[in-house]
Structure formats: structure tokens, C-alpha cells
Design a protein around this ligand. Structure first.
Ligand code: SAH
Length: 357
């Protein structure tokens, strides 16, 4: 019988689960503290709990759901984590250290249903939605691997929900995970340091807008005309550009908040001067910035990255229209860890020895 993972349960949930095992109300708080603040996933090390309770917990539960982990190290410091539970499917998280900040890129689905033409995850299709506990475990396991189990991170991390999957297609579990990340008595990662990227599930953008705790919003655009966007991102047939941008314009931004538009740069496909001018027209007047992402290749994908000079020209056209625009440096390409390369592959480079979870 598979044991139930506790990670993913909020405090009220933990209280319910533990009530039958121990009558003292504060036990749930203690377990919560281990799971989220200390990232301690070993019941035996929860030594402030009575031994008898630790034994019962071990009999009924696992602390977190992921039992397998392989780590791939890029020359640029990026690490790709291939994680798995009891099933065959795999999910991936990426650690991206940078001079000023560190970022963890996490998956919200195993695979992805959206089939964007330029993305490897789209090529492999959807296996399943991830549970909140799995999404939270991605972050906990990466932090434990980087800093040591339970160690305080050297500095704050940013979380980006930009790994495998469409977060708004797994809305409930994703939001549950976001609330657990943001919980001050737990992982304590500010909601303003979490960014959710969507391909444009318009009704869910409206739902997100009404959440009391919600991440920052990024929207993947990739094209400025419906004919091209239909081809590159089939979700556009359901919610075309005008509807998507209306949802963005209606989105109630908090102080100093912007919407990020991501634009993957595909050589000869969407990177002309006209495209740049059309993009500027589309988002004119919005509190927004644009991230230009040079395409990351994979043998199965029929695109090349735009040459640097064209990306810079595109950026300067946007800037000329008064739009904030940045070029994303690809990270971890050598270990298939860059945007759009996540496809649960094990063979891109020899992994270092297995790390224990
Ligand atoms: N489903 C969500 C989040 C995952 S994709 C979304 O679509 O936003 C995260 C980002 O990577 C998106 O902006 C996507 O357009 C981009 N991307 C996908 N494949 C890529 C590739 N091969 N090269 C560069 N960026 C890519």
C-alpha cells in the first residue's frame, strides 16, 4: 500500500490527519514546522515528537512524495533535477544560480498537454498533473541538495513556475502549493518572489486575479498574429491574442507589479522588425515588460534561435517604443535544462552519482 505523503497538507489538514493519532493540538504545528520551515523529511529526526508518534507516522505516512532523484550539473552552475515517485513518470526542477539572485524553476505537470511547436515538453505530451506536495517537494529537495538538509538558504530564492507543464491547467494544486510556499510560518517565500508563467488559459487568469495570495504573472506570447500563434501555440485557437491581452489589461496589478510577456525568438519565424513593432502595439500602455528568450534547441524541434544581432535589434525596437525589454541568457543548455528543453531525459550528459533524497 502506498503511504500518504504529508507534504502538501496545510495546517488545518495536518490537524485533521493527526487528530486520530495524538490528542495534543500542537502536534500538527510541530510537524508543519518540520515539513515547511525546516524542510525535514525524515520522521526519525522529528525528535521533539514522542517516539511512539514518530513510529505511527512512519507506519501511515511518508513526509514527502518523491523518492528518486538524479542530478545533472551544467558548466554554468545550473543543475537539473530529475525527480520521481512511485510511478514511472518523471518531473524536473532546475536550480539557476546567478550573481544577484538564485532561481528555482519548477514543474507543475509531468509533461504538458499544450503541444507548443517549439517546446520539447509539448512533444512528449501530458502524463499527469502534479499534486501540491510534489510541487512543494521540488523546492524542498532542491534547497536541501544545494544547502544541506534543513539549512537556511544563503539568500532568498525566486521561484518560477516555468518548468514542465501549464500551471493554470492544474490550477487547484498549483495554488495550494503557492499558498504553502508563501506561508510565513513555513517556507516563507514571498508571493512577490514567485512567478507563474502561462501559455494563456484565459478564464484561469481571471480566477487568479481574485486570489488573496497569488504569484506574479508571466504570459508566453511567441507571436503577434493569430495565424502564426495558432501554429506555434495551439491553445491560441481556444483563446486568441485579443482575448488573452484583454485578460492581461483587466488584471488588477499590485503596487510595483508588472506583467511579464515572454517571447521565444525563432529564427525567420517571429523575429522581424514588423513583429517587434506589432508586439509594441499590442502591449502599449500596459504595466509590462518583455523577456526575449532565444530558442533553445532540441533534435526533435524544427526551429533555430534567432541570431544575436536580430534579437538585439528586436529589443531596441521595443525600447524605442518605450517598452522595457530584456534578453534572457540561456542557462543549462548543455544538460537540457534550458526553457523548453525539459522532457524527462536521462541521457543528455552523464549524471553525477545519485544523491540521496
Ligand atoms: N506552460 C507555461 C510554462 C512553461 S514554458 C507557459 O507556456 O508559459 C516556460 C517558457 O519557456 C515559456 O515562455 C515558453 O514559451 C518558453 N519556451 C518553451 N520552449 C522553449 C524553447 N525551446 N526555447 C526557448 N523558450 C522556450
Amino acid at each position: 500500500m502506498n503511504k500518504i505523503p504529508l507534504l502538501g497538507s496545510a495546517i488545518d489538514d495536518l490537524q485533521k490527519r493527526l487528530a486520530a493519532l495524538d490528542s495534543r493540538g500542537y502536534r500538527a504545528r510541530q510537524v508543519h514546522d518540520h515539513l515547511y520551515r525546516r524542510r525535514n523529511y525524515d520522521f526519525r529526526l522529528m525528535t521533539d515528537l514522542p517516539r511512539s508518534l514518530r513510529t505511527v507516522l512512519e507506519d501511515h505516512f511518508v513526509a514527502q512524495p518523491l523518492s528518486r532523484m538524479e542530478v545533472f550539473h551544467s558548466l554554468d552552475g545550473t543543475r537539473r533535477y530529475l525527480l520521481g515517485g512511485s510511478g514511472d513518470d518523471r518531473l524536473e526542477a532546475v536550480w539557476i544560480p546567478d550573481e544577484r539572485r538564485d532561481t528555482i524553476c519548477i514543474s507543475t505537470q509531468a509533461g504538458c498537454p499544450l503541444a507548443c511547436a517549439f517546446c520539447m515538453t509539448g512533444v512528449i505530451g501530458l502524463s499527469r498533473n502534479l499534486a501540491a506536495g510534489e510541487i512543494v517537494a521540488e523546492v524542498g529537495l532542491v534547497l536541501n541538495h544545494v544547502y544541506g538538509a534543513g539549512q537556511e538558504p544563503r539568500r532568498g530564492v525566486n521561484l518560477v513556475l516555468m518548468g514542465m507543464g501549464e500551471p493554470l491547467a492544474n490550477y487547484e494544486e498549483v495554488m495550494r502549493a503557492v499558498r504553502l510556499f508563501a506561508e510565513p510560518n513555513g517556507m516563507n517565500i514571498s508571493q512577490r518572489r514567485i512567478t507563474l508563467s502561462t501559455a494563456g488559459v484565459v478564464p484561469k487568469i481571471y480566477e487568479l486575479a481574485s486570489e488573496p495570495i497569488r504569484p506574479e504573472l508571466a504570459v508566453s506570447l511567441a507571436a503577434t498574429r493569430d495565424d502564426l500563434r495558432n501554429e506555434l501555440m495551439p491553445i491560441n485557437k481556444q483563446w486568441p491574442i485579443a482575448e488573452l491581452l484583454k485578460a492581461c489589461r483587466d488584471y488588477p496589478l499590485r503596487p510595483h507589479e508588472q506583467i511579464t510577456f515572454e517571447y521565444v525568438m525563432l529564427d525567420g519565424v517571429n523575429d522581424s522588425r514588423t513583429d517587434a513593432a506589432q508586439l509594441a502595439d499590442l502591449i502599449r500602455g500596459m504595466e509590462a515588460k518583455v523577456n526575449l528568450i532565444p530558442h533553445n534547441p532540441a533534435p526533435e524541434l524544427p526551429y533555430r534561435a534567432s541570431p544575436d544581432y536580430r534579437i538585439l535589434e528586436f529589443q531596441s525596437i521595443l525600447r524605442g517604443h518605450g517598452i522595457l525589454a530584456f534578453v534572457r541568457t540561456p542557462r543549462g543548455r548543455d544538460i537540457s535544462a534550458a526553457c523548453g528543453q525539459l522532457a524527462a531525459r536521462t541521457s543528455s550528459s552523464p549524471p553525477r552519482p545519485q544523491a540521496s533524497v
